[in-house]
Design a protein around this ligand. Structure first.
Ligand code: CA2
Length: 140
């Protein structure tokens, strides 16, 4: 059974609680149950942290045996060379996901430090982006 980890970065624990016009009204925990039902053939894991180092530790810990990471690094996408180095340093393929269309937002959200070390990116399709990323990883 393939093992895929969904990793959410800072502030994504607030999903469904504020700013529904940008991020929707569903909590990630509720959506995760939908994903588990949609992909019964996959061992799905979910990790969220507001701490850069905790995200790095998680990637190091699982990045040599997991079959794929679906990573929404939140604002660390636009700031973290350390996260890019961690992704480049492990074997597991990573798909970058953003719920909102970052290119239709402030210019500081247009640059991703992790894009170049990820397999691909899915941007602006809401929570559906996570399911699309899992489908892409299963095609690997
Ligand atoms: O669109 C995305 O998925 C983002 O990764 C979300 C990040 C943002 O910094 C990126 O530029 C794009 C922010 C996540 C904050 O999520 C919240 C959800 C509900 C209420 C408040 C924040």
């Amino acid at each position: 059974m393939k093992e895929i980890h969904i990793i959410n970065g800072p502030n994504l624990n607030l999903l469904g609680r504020r700013q529904p016009e940008i991020y929707g009204s569903q909590t990630f925990e509720a959506y995760f149950a939908t994903l588990q039902a949609a992909f019964p053939q996959v061992r799905l894991h979910y990790f969220q942290s507001n701490h850069e180092g905790a995200l790095l530790d998680y990637i190091h810990e699982h990045g040599f045996r997991a079959d794929g990471f679906v990573l929404n690094a939140g604002a660390y996408t636009h700031t973290s060379i350390a996260l890019a180095d961690a992704i480049a340093g492990v074997k597991t393929p990573v798909i970058e996901v953003h719920i909102s269309n970052v290119y239709a937002r402030e210019s500081f959200r247009h640059h991703s430090f992790i894009a170049a070390v990820c397999k691909g990116a899915i941007v602006g399709l809401g929570l559906r982006g996570y399911a699309l990323a899992i489908t892409a990883l299963l095609d690997e």
